[in-house]
Design a protein around this ligand. Sequence first.
Ligand code: PGA
Length: 250
Amino acid sequence: MRRPLALSNWKMAMTLAQAWAFIRDFLPRVADLVDQVEIVICPPYTAIHAVAEALRGTGIDVGGQDLWPGPGEAHTGAVSGPLLADAGATWVMVGHWEIRRRLGEDDAAVHWKVRAAFDAGLRPILLVGEPHGEPFDPDRLATLLARCASEEVAQMAFVYEPEGAIGRAEPVPPEHAAAGCRAIRRWIAERFGKPVAEAIRIIYGGSVTPEHAAALLADPDVDGLGASRRGRDPAAFAEIVRQIAESRGR
Ligand code: PGA
């Protein structure tokens, strides 16, 4: 049975004081859930080390929100996989729509970030979904995972996140979320084999709230949820984690 996953992406928010306050409030709320749900928090770069230190021994992991894939050091303003790992990250998000749009990244560019994550010993969390106004094409995974071996893909987590679902009042309908997660799993099964497809966590992201969590989790192909605005609210994110645990306990 796959261990479900809860992802909190703090985006460009959370001072150190806010990060510590979040952790103080959040930890007691999820103390009885960390065995059941894998929790990954992705703070801004400036808080990764502090959050990793504060979470040491709790079973909760820390990830970067992005990384720069190029070699060398002459990349002012960028952060590499080895620097993320040094700060205490064990995961890194790649492919978020906001970064794709800001940097003009295509799937090939995101693929090099997946490779760079592996090179640094980080587990990639690959975000993939349809752009605004278009249908979801899981074939884009052919480019995103072009040079990845099955053993590597088995280490990854996936977030199905339609661009149009980010920052809204409500997530997409549960059937839409489940269909996206299922399409990713089917594609992975065909290309990398059924055992890999059955092992990986594929979660939904995009305007997730505690109120919508149970419905989004009703389909067994949805292995958890990712949240940003609600992921920065300790009570809301703890409730999302609880809903994830309960959905798999049923
Ligand atoms: P949101 O952001 O939860 O605030 O909609 C989701 C995301 O961008 O991953």
